[in-house]
Write a protein that binds this ligand. Structure first.
Ligand code: ADP
Ligand code: MG
Length: 299
């Protein structure tokens, strides 16, 4: 593409809510054969919400979970903190928070790609994917296992909360697909293979399966393994990765072309070649169209 065409491409992109940070986007985009879409925050709404809380002491589960999550920037964290605040007003007899969430000590806070942990009231409290709590040695009663399965069957995400050696409650968090996701996939799949990548299992992942235009869904892929999946897909041809979260940064960097959804984190944006700032998934296929036009492939 000529420098003038590139300048025009950058300007058109900005008008459509796309910030191109690497000029190579215009050369790389037309070569892409596979587009990998992260699920949470990319195919689904960037904001999540608590659907239900299952515990004997739900006030305490919420209070501890919110205290730890208040230092996380994951959409699940925001949902839990917001819900804990609202729940305390709705159920003053067992408030999860007392006029606001009390965050844990940042020096004791630990985050992994599958959840977060910190001592609350002197007891290490872990909040995250059931696999993380199992790895950390927390026992999960059958009652909670059944609940986890039911939450998944519903298309929601189960977040387990544990301290004192066992899972003490499960919080169901709603993961709603973005209204425009089908339109975006349809346009993308006209020219390339579309693959969905998620750490979650069950209906939350399944609803993207057997959809026209989606050639494959990789579920149960922990964030650390996403970059590896991208590298594996690259053996078949050039790959674009679309993600939003800080834990997507390695996968964005591993792809030939990384596209970050701007409602996500700085870390994801830094690792990306293009950033979608209008929070519309259709800007992803639009990026490819603009690149084609910049290269004079279409008018
Ligand atoms: P996806 O792979 O669908 O994009 P993420 O990579 O953002 O989802 O997270 C995968 C899973 O890790 C979440 O569904 C959740 O179970 C767990 N997880 C990650 N961060 C947190 C957190 N801050 N709090 C609770 N759970 C978390
Ligand atoms: Mg994600």
């Amino acid at each position: 593409a000529t420098p003038l065409a590139v300048a025009a491409g950058i300007r058109t992109a900005i008008e459509r809510g796309i910030i191109v940070t690497t000029e190579a986007v215009f050369e790389d985009a037309p070569e892409i054969e596979t587009v990998v879409l992260d699920k949470t925050g990319t195919l689904t709404e960037g904001s999540m919400s608590v659907v239900s809380v299952h515990a004997d002491r739900s006030g305490e589960v919420l209070r501890r979970a919110a205290a730890v999550e208040s230092l996380s920037e994951h959409p699940i964290a925001a949902a839990i903190v917001e819900y804990a605040d609202r729940d305390s007003i709705a159920r003053p007899e067992e408030p999860a928070t007392d006029g606001g969430v009390t965050p844990v000590d940042p020096g004791e806070f630990d985050r992994t790609s599958q959840g977060v942990s910190a001592p609350v009231d002197g007891q290490e409290t872990v909040v995250g994917h059931p696999n993380l709590l199992e790895e950390r040695g927390f026992a999960i009663d059958d009652r909670y296992r059944n609940r986890i399965a039911r939450i998944r069957a519903n298309g929601d995400v189960p977040v387990t909360v544990g301290w004192d050696g066992r899972v003490q409650g499960v919080i169901a968090v709603g993961d709603t697909p973005r209204p425009e996701w089908r339109a975006a996939v349809e346009t993308l799949s006209a020219d390339r293979a579309v693959v969905v990548l998620t750490g979650d299992e069950g209906a939350a992942a399944d609803r993207f399966r057997s959809v026209e235009g989606v050639s494959e869904v990789f579920d149960g892929v922990p964030p650390e393994a996403k970059a590896e999946t991208v590298r594996r897909l690259r053996t078949r041809g050039a790959v674009a990765m679309v993600g939003d979260g800080s834990n997507d940064a390695p996968a964005l960097a591993a792809a030939d072309l990384g596209i970050a959804l701007g409602s996500g984190t700085q870390l994801a944006s830094d690792a990306a070649d293009a950033v979608i700032v209008d929070d519309d998934l259709r800007s992803v296929p639009e990026t490819f169209t603009i690149a084609d036009r910049t290269n004079g492939r279409i008018r």
